[in-house]
Design a protein around this ligand. Structure first.
Ligand code: HEM
Length: 113
């Protein structure tokens, strides 16, 4: 979402441009950022151990499984509307009934009524 408005655009970290960097180069970029771009410096916001974890994470990206991706998405912050929708869905699945407003509206979107 933020990347669309940036110049230069953030690269796809799975691709050779990034994967061909050495571990030390990736670590340096994470710690110091890239000047004249949107890439922030993360040194100071965590330990250098955290930056090494990013290096491992970036190395793993080309082999990310769909389960891992789903798990990451589940950890994203949720809006109050999304939290309510989840509750409605869970209630619907567990009890066969739902307070329903959010779920019904969302699922009817784009269908002829
Ligand atoms: C999870 C945190 C992040 C990590 C680990 C990370 C890592 C990296 C790395 C390793 C590169 C260099 C890759 C290459 O040159 O091929 C890069 C580039 C870049 N990142 Fe990040 N990044 C992070 C967050 C962000 C955020 C939050 C933004 C902006 C909102 C951002 C914007 C950019 C941009 C614009 C570049 C390209 C700069 C250029 O082409 O000169 N990054 N990032």
């Amino acid at each position: 979402m933020f990347g669309n408005g940036l110049y230069p655009k953030p690269p796809d970290l799975k691709l050779p441009r990034t994967q061909n960097l050495t571990d030390g180069e990736i670590f340096y970029i994470v710690e110091n950022g890239i000047r004249m771009s949107g890439m922030p410096a993360f040194a100071g916001s965590g330990s250098s151990e955290d930056s090494w974890k990013f290096v491992y994470f970036i190395r793993h990206l080309p082999r990310l499984t769909s389960q891992e991706e789903a798990q990451m998405k589940s950890l994203n912050p949720k809006t109050p509307e999304e939290v309510q929708e989840e509750k409605d869905e869970e209630q619907f699945l567990n009890y066969g009934q739902s307070s329903g407003t959010t779920t019904t509206k969302k699922h009817m979107k784009g269908h002829q009524q």
